[in-house]
Design a protein around this ligand. Structure first.
Ligand code: FAD
Ligand code: DHB
Length: 394
């Protein structure tokens, strides 16, 4: 079989890219190793930047998002028993974010693609990309117990952090920059309305806690825990007690408890692979870069990568020029490194490093106090959180 753009991975990056290419009349195929139910239920991101929401609307996936997504104009920072609200619109020229879960984005994109095309093959596990240094790279994949080959003009690896497309790039042709963190997140879903109508990011000497939501009746909560933590060591009662202790404030606040329906531990890392292109093989989303989740940037970076890429492919189709495609990796990496810096700074300002001294804690509190008392410092956070404008709209 042959196609113009072979896409490995049916997460948000692969599905959104396929949708955008389809809209430009560019032929493509998405190969996804898991089944539909697994991909639709994998709990992940919850926050969409305005630019991400705009891209989804522009490609016809905006209807439910506009009905069920919840616009958030701010977040709360909690530290030193104080609570401080960051009000986004006046700090960002009117920008805000949308609470709409990644699971829902993925469901909407899958439904559209299965109804209108292009082909989306579940249970198709890419094994290798061959002939990466030629004009006709080939994806070898397994599907229903047999091996197949898909010959492409271009291959895009949207196969996430553990993907295999990256391996098609010779080690000498790429460089990886990375950093680990001495903590993870314990993430839970609970059948209880959120206790605050906005997200609460809490600094505490007991460790970081984040109070988020999935809907008006479902809370999504995270606790900083040591690497290697077993969720089984965290019975529900212990989770609620710890969330309570880390969010203690002198102001009004009651944390409502409810049944916990899911628990998992998520490691954190920062990784960037450069460049994001080798010949006719391109890497987008988590396949190319990972951020720690504290700044809510991962899904949004995946969306901006593929928005730019779809534009570059459309330009190639219309004009025959590879100019945008040739500049794509550099265009993306500038935004990627900005998000890396923001995610790193949010993470290290809010978490407690096990080796942290009292001096380090004082520095964190000084930085949080600065954000709470200076419009400039607050605007820096707000601009990054709501998302810098995409280089180009979809
Ligand atoms: P993935 O979603 O990882 O998709 C890759 C796909 O490729 C998967 O479906 C996988 O099954 C498939 N695949 C892998 N290997 C193969 C193969 N060999 N063959 C075929 N298919 C393959 N980001 C935010 O923006 N905001 C947030 O609030 C946020 N919170 C997060 C919270 C958590 C707990 C986690 C874990 C992540 C969070 N992120 C957040 C990050 C976000 O979820 C990811 O950045 C996003 O999923 C990246 O999308 P992707 O399509 O690049 O990769
Ligand atoms: C969520 C995750 C994040 O990493 C974040 O910064 C905000 C919200 C969430 O899953 O709801």
């Amino acid at each position: 079989a042959t196609t113009t753009v072979g896409i490995v991975g049916g997460g948000p990056a692969g599905l959104l890219l396929a949708r955008l290419l389809h809209r430009s009349g560019i032929d493509c195929v998405v190969l996804e190793s898991r089944d539909r139910a697994y991909v639709e239920q994998r709990q992940r991101a919850g926050i969409l930047e305005q630019g991400t929401a705009d891209t989804l609307r522009a490609c016809g996936a905006g209807e439910r998002l506009d009905r069920e997504g919840i616009v958030h104009h701010g977040i709360r920072l909690r530290f030193d028993r104080r609570s401080h609200r960051i009000d986004f619109p006046p700090l960002t020229g009117g920008r805000s974010v949308l609470v709409y879960a990644q699971t829902e984005v993925v469901k909407d994109l899958i439904a559209l693609q299965l109804a209108e095309g292009p082909p989306l093959v579940f249970g198709a596990r890419a094994l290798a990309v061959e002939r990466a240094d030629t004009e006709r790279p080939v994806i070898r994949y397994a599907h229903q117990g047999r091996e197949h080959a898909l010959t492409c003009d271009y291959v895009v690896g949207c196969d996430g952090f553990h993907g295999i497309v990256r391996d098609a790039v010779p080690a000498a042709a790429r460089r990886t920059y990375e950093r680990g963190y001495p903590y993870s997140w314990l993430g839970v879903l609970a059948d209880v309305p959120p206790s605050c109508d906005e997200l609460v990011y809490a600094h505490s000497e007991r460790g970081f806690a984040l109070f988020s939501m999935r809907s008006p009746t479902i809370s999504r909560l995270y606790l900083q825990v040591p690497n290697g933590t077993d969720p089984a060591d965290w019975p529900d009662e212990r989770i609620w007690d710890e969330l309570d202790a880390r969010s203690a404030t002198d102001g009004p606040w009651t944390l409502a408890r409810g049944p916990i329906t899911a628990k998992s531990v998520l490691p954190m890392r920062s990784v960037v692979t450069e460049p994001m292109r080798y010949g006719r093989v391109l890497l987008a989303g988590d396949a190319a870069h990972i951020v720690p989740p504290t700044g809510a940037k991962g899904l949004n970076l995946a969306a901006s990568d593929v928005t730019e890429l779809a534009h570059a492919f459309a330009h190639l189709k219309e004009t025959g020029s590879t100019e945008l495609l040739d500049g794509w990796s550099d265009t993306c990496l500038r935004r990627v490194w900005r998000a890396e810096q923001f995610s790193y700074s949010m993470t290290t300002t809010l978490h407690t490093d096990p080796g942290q001294s009292a001096f380090d804690t004082r520095l964190q509190l000084a930085q949080l106090d600065r954000i709470a008392s200076s419009g400039h410092a607050a605007a820096e956070l707000a601009e990054n959180y709501t998302g810098l404008p995409f280089a180009r709209a979809a």
